[in-house]
Design a protein around this ligand. Structure first.
Ligand code: NAG
Ligand code: NAG
Ligand code: NAG
Ligand code: NAG
Ligand code: NAG
Ligand code: NAG
Ligand code: NAG
Ligand code: NAG
Length: 546
């Protein structure tokens, strides 16, 4: 039960805002506090986020579709509240957005690709079922880089998602619609997927936290795939506690025969409640490796803010009693590792063909990756010839002789990483998610990112906001900078504890300027439809031209 002081404080906030629920920067616990003290209803919570999406989505173009059943789900929560019927799930009435590569039965799952515009899974992903069972309200689907194949977050269904902090920049990606939505308080948290960088780049570029879990912690069934070796899924949120709560629910599925990587989890790990031990951590005495090879030390307006933000956080960590251990091995070179060991070019076609051929996939859709790319011009945006790994994937497979050598190289890299941890007695490693600020709209790629190390080794990473570039005309709050905190497999609980302590060292996150405004809450009869602006695709992307 909330304390009297908590209630009084909340009442003060309520009268100051003139609203009984303020969705801006709302957390799971602040939402539950308002609901369980009778200050608001679930319908009002959901309506307040819908109102923000309707009023503000054009600033960022983050949303692809809204769930027509969201208000009915809210009413069901209110009925449960009124009858005080049973216990409320960890995500009871928590507005949640899904990256549009998560299968849902009530909405198409497009991957942002026009060829999948009408693709209708009849079965939802097990992780979506787990979220709903815990009470989450699925608000709708967020834009992504088409089929999650790049980090710019532009797609033929959704157009270009714009960074909420800087109108000239991309929001990172590929889960860029998820990141932009949460930065703008379009819901309490969102989900993403990560094949190389895709949960971490949008967290970094939108001043958010995310968790890329250990491969095998969460079943990937029902997520549009790219790579059996590298794909994982996880949450993006505005606080460590919300990431921990969402991760607890998402990983509660446990072993899933449909994704045999889930058999890798040690007994009991998948039932962990990542929230219980958050406050018990301490940074004092920890040893954290700093990956020197993951920086660009050439000074420029794009790199200096990143290097300064990293210098700021390492100084604070030292003050908190952490020993920072410089790691200088030449092995840790993200571009070299990525060029040698990325598996997408071998695994993509097989994974995608299997996804497209499931009998449960209804609606009009291609049956194979080859057919997807053979559809008439205008249906896709990531042109295979634009990316060597996509065009190679159309001819190559896991039976390619090089694939075995790549897998051997990954085993070697994984062992080398563990050896670095052991030799230096490390608790974790840190480095910037991206060596430079998130790139401008119209760039050819989201260059400078460091996600490949965790992607290949299957290790967990919590992404943490650590600073901002100086403000500018297009970025009134500055451009966010994020850090990766990487640990050994299955150490999510420890990483989240550390992230919680780092978060407590002082608030870094800022709200984007346009998202600071109060939006009047509408009384909805039905969920509105939000049309993504698919016309704002930069010239660098000539849709469908081969
Ligand atoms: C978004 O739409 C509102 C209302 O139509 C308008 O006032 C505002 O200028 C638009 N903003 C942008 C960035 O397009
Ligand atoms: C209590 O909730 C359960 C599931 O949420 C529902 O099946 C049941 O009908 C509810 N009972 C009452 C009395 O509302
Ligand atoms: C695990 O699943 C993958 C993809 O479905 C499959 O290719 C592989 O053979 C399976 N491995 C085992 C040992 O069952
Ligand atoms: C490092 O940053 C500089 C300045 O922004 C840039 O010109 C250079 O291309 C970057 N180097 C690499 C390897 O990305
Ligand atoms: C990292 O690898 C790339 C090749 O992918 C190379 O050009 C670069 O010089 C390497 N960086 C360092 C610091 O060795
Ligand atoms: C095998 O993989 C290599 C390296 O990616 C690629 O260049 C080649 O085209 C592939 N060949 C076949 C037959 O798949
Ligand atoms: C294995 O990793 C080590 C560095 O840790 C490197 O020297 C060696 O060349 C690698 N071997 C293979 C086969 O990749
Ligand atoms: C680093 O910290 C200083 C002092 O608090 C602050 O002024 C500066 O903006 C920070 N730099 C970044 C990039 O966040």
């Amino acid at each position: 039960m909330p304390s009297l002081v908590g209630l009084l404080l909340l009442t003060a906030v309520v009268s100051a805002q003139g609203h009984s629920f303020d969705p801006r920067e709302a957390t799971i616990s602040s939402t539950h506090h308002s609901l369980y003290t009778g200050l608001t209803t679930c319908r009002e919570v959901v309506s307040s986020f819908l109102s923000r999406i309707e009023a503000l989505n054009n600033h960022t173009n983050a949303i692809i579709s809204l769930n027509p059943h969201a208000l009915a789900a809210a009413d069901a929560c209110d009925a449960q509240l009124q009858s005080n019927n049973g216990s409320f799930g960890a995500l009871f009435c928590i507005p949640t957005l899904l990256k549009d590569n998560y299968d849902t039965a009530e909405l198409p799952t497009t991957g942002g690709n026009l060829a999948l515009k009408n693709s209708r899974p009849s079965l939802e992903a097990p992780v979506v079922t787990a979220l709903k069972k815990a009470g989450a309200i699925i608000m709708g689907k967020a834009n992504l880089h088409e089929l999650a194949l790049e980090g710019l977050s532009v797609s033929s269904v959704g157009g270009q998602t714009i960074n909420p902090y800087d109108t000239t920049r991309t929001p990172g990606g590929s889960s860029g619609g998820s990141g932009a939505s949460i930065a703008a308080s379009f819901s309490v948290f969102a989900t993403g997927s990560d094949t190389v960088n895709s949960l971490r780049s949008p967290a970094s570029a939108n001043s958010l936290f995310s968790c890329r879990p250990t491969r095998g912690l969460i079943s990937r069934k029902g997520i549009i795939p790219i790579s059996y070796t590298q794909d994982v899924i996880g949450p993006i949120a505005r606080s460590v506690e919300d990431v921990a709560t969402a991760l607890t629910v998402m990983s509660s599925i446990g072993y899933d025969a449909a994704d045999n990587a889930t058999a890798l989890a040690p007994p009991g790990i998948q039932g962990t409640d990542y929230t219980t031990s958050l406050k018990q951590g301490s940074l004092k005495g920890l040893r954290i490796g700093l990956l020197e090879g993951f920086f660009n030390r050439t000074a420029s307006s794009e790199t200096t803010p990143v290097n300064q933000a990293m210098a700021n956080v390492t100084a604070k960590l030292r003050l908190a009693g952490v020993t920072i251990v410089p790691i200088t091995e030449s092995l840790y070179n993200a571009s070299a590792v990525s060029a040698q060991l990325d598996t997408q070019r071998y695994e993509y076609r097989q994974e995608m063909d299997a996804y497209l051929q499931r009998p449960s996939l209804e609606g009009q859709h291609p049956e194979t990756l080859e057919e997807l790319y053979a559809t008439p011009p205008g249906n896709f945006l990531v042109i295979p010839s634009q990316y060597e790994y996509v065009s190679t994937s159309l001819i190559s497979s896991t039976s390619n002789a090089t694939y075995a050598a790549v897998q051997a190289g990954i085993r070697n890299l994984t062992l080398a990483l563990r050896a670095t941890f052991a030799a230096n007695n490390l608790d974790a490693m840190i480095y910037p998610e991206q060596k430079n600020l998130v790139v401008p709209i119209g760039s050819a790629s989201q260059s400078g990112r460091n996600g490949i190390l965790a992607a290949l080794t299957g290790t967990p990473v919590v992404t943490i906001p650590i600073g901002f570039s100086p403000a500018s005309a297009t970025a009134p709050e500055g451009v966010p900078v994020g850090m990766e905190l990487l640990g050994l497999p299955w150490t999510e609980a420890k990483l989240l504890q550390m992230a919680y302590q780092i978060e407590a060292m002082g608030r870094i996150r800022r709200t984007p300027k346009f998202a600071q405004q109060v939006v009047e809450v509408k009384q909805y009869e039905a969920v509105p439809s939000v049309r993504p602006n698919a016309a704002n695709i930069p010239n660098a992307y000539p849709v469908g031209v081969l």
